[in-house]
Write a protein that binds this ligand. Structure first.
Ligand code: NAD
Length: 507
């Protein structure tokens, strides 16, 4: 049995060897190793991807989307294997792993259906109707790189590259060195349905491999910590390539006086602890509860916490990464040292495995504590009493992050109005996390939570560059030495009059 202290070393140690061991967090045992792809090998992979791109682009959106659909169908049919691999390297519950397969399937379904329409050339308005027409064309960037984290090894590794492939890019994917086998497995399924090997390649390794990838691609999509994301943004700026950054969060939940108390308490548990043991970028990490409901809410929160079954066959699985166990414990200790009360949980469960940890409920917290300011990646629930909704919104916005948020209220209209006052990329009313699983909605952060959006048309259009084509239709056009000839001049004056007189016309 590998000890707890030994497990995390491989996850953070400097890369002095040519391979990295991968561990099952539940048993602490090694489940294999991956080669570290060198910078030179990354460059060679990019050359192959660049050579394969024109033929991939020529195949057209519909054909590419059909291949991705076939891949998702195969993944769906093979979900038992997919779930096994995900669970072996993350320690999550069976339903938690199934959810990853389901989100990928839904995402493929969405882009399979709508991508062709979104990428169709668009007509645009011109100064003089008729004489000129204009169209916008969408063209892939070329080779797109993806660097992804360990918390959702299927979801986060593929959710962005699906639209990138459909848009006609070829892809280099660098999965987390902590959970690389899911990506390797899923890309093998892509080859099985006929996606050419050079169109998508997996490059295993750690941070150095990721850094080498940023140096060779035409677009970089990164999901991971804010600290790494900033380094990638700097390098992308130096190379002047577009990037998207899905980074960390510190998501607030606001429970208003009129909330359904049981729903609010149960959603808090799911949002902060139940979903992937709190190892979610959009997990609930701070709860602000209005005074009038506070005491009853705390009582119900403890009640629901006590119903949780901890274990990979229960509702709260293992933590995946020992670093996150240490970070969670340190935040609880810091809060208690500064006056917080640990009213539930917060203990390791070594009899279940080295990284199991009971959800911890903290009260009497404030914004001087790390647990209210720094990202938490574990099942910690700090709850703060507030006098009203305005104070809750002010505190929710008092953060360097702005990824997701949630509001619990029976007044849906007021909830939606309050949502727009919160500085975040998305807000859920009476639920959490559903931005994943709603592929038509753009998802992403503001402030230190990132740049760019995945999902929806926005999530597809970031993988193309626009090209505008303006055509003069040769209506009475004669050679002239000035840009505005007489006909254009009169046409422009007429168009101005018409536009001013009939502003409702789509001219
Ligand atoms: P991380 O930043 O440590 O690593 C992410 C990836 O970046 C890994 O593949 C890693 O090998 C690679 N990497 C590390 N250093 C690099 C460098 N210098 N250059 C290029 N690549 C490098 O993050 P993590 O611990 O794997 O993931 C947890 C973090 O991810 C949390 O902060 C979480 O909030 C965030 N996250 C965000 C989202 C989102 O959608 N916003 C989703 C999941 C996770």
């Amino acid at each position: 049995m590998v000890t707890l202290e030994k497990t995390p070393v491989s996850q953070t140690a400097p890369q002095t060897t040519s391979s990295i061991d991968v561990f099952n967090p539940v048993t602490g045992q090694s489940i294999g190793s991956i080669p570290i792809t060198t910078a030179e090998q990354v460059r060679q992979a990019a050359e192959k991807a660049r050579a394969a791109q024109p033929a991939w682009e020529v195949r057209g959106v519909k054909e590419r989307a059909a291949l991705l659909r076939a891949w998702a169908d195969l993944l769906w049919a093979d979900q038992k294997n997919a779930i096994d691999i995900i669970r072996r390297e993350t320690g999550k519950t069976e339903l938690g792993a199934w959810e990853e397969v389901a989100v990928i399937d839904t995402t493929v379904g969405y882009y399979h259906k709508y991508a062709a329409g979104m990428l169709r050339p668009q007509s645009r308005r011109t100064m003089v109707l008729g004489r000129q027409t204009a169209r916008v064309y969408y063209k892939p960037h070329g080779v797109a790189g993806f660097i992804t984290p360990w918390n959702y090894p299927l979801n986060n590794a593929f959710i962005d590259l699906i639209p990138a492939l459909i848009a006609g890019n070829t892809v280099l994917q660098k999965p987390s060195e902590i959970t690389p086998f899911t990506a390797i497995y899923a890309v093998e399924l892509m080859y099985k349905v006929g996606i050419p090997r050079d169109v998508i390649q997996v490059l295993t390794g750690g941070g150095a491999t990721g850094a080498a990838l940023v140096d060779v691609v035409d677009y970089i999509s990164f999901t991971g910590s804010t600290a790494t994301g900033k380094k990638i943004a700097v390098r992308a700026a130096e190379r002047l390539i577009p990037c998207s950054l899905e980074l960390g969060g510190k998501d607030p939940m606001i429970v208003l006086n009129d909330a359904d108390i049981d729903l609010a308490a149960a959603e808090t548990i799911v949002g902060a602890a139940g979903e992937n043991t709190g190892q979610v970028c959009i997990s609930t990490e701070r709860v602000y509860v209005e005074d009038g409901i506070y005491d009853r809410y705390i009582e119900r929160l403890k009640h629901y916490a006590s119903q949780l079954k901890i274990g990979t066959d229960g509702n709260v699985g293992s933590l995946t990464n020992a670093r996150e166990l240490q970070r969670s414990e340190a935040q609880v200790q810091d809060a208690v040292a500064k006056g917080a009360q640990l009213i539930y949980g917060g203990k390791r469960r070594p009899e279940l495995g080295p990284l199991f940890y009971e959800p911890a409920i903290l009260t009497n917290v404030n914004h001087t504590m790390d647990v209210m300011r720094e990202e938490t990646f574990g099942p910690i629930i700090p709850v703060m009493r507030v006098k009203d909704a305005a104070e809750a919104v002010r505190l929710a916005n008092d953060s360097e992050y702005g990824l997701s948020a949630s509001i619990l209220t029976k007044d849906l209209k007021r909830g939606e109005q309050l949502a727009t006052q919160i500085q975040s990329g998305d807000v859920h009313i009476n639920t959490t996390h559903w931005i994943f699983g709603t592929p038509d909605l753009p998802m992403g952060g503001v402030k230190n939570s990132g740049l760019g959006r995945r999902g929806g048309p926005e999530g597809l259009l970031r993988f193309v560059k626009t090209q505008s084509v303006l055509v003069d239709n040769l209506w009475f056009q004669k050679p002239t030495l000035v840009r505005i000839d007489g006909l254009l001049y009169r046409g422009a004056l007429l168009m101005r009059k018409v536009r001013r007189a009939f502003p409702f016309l789509p001219l």
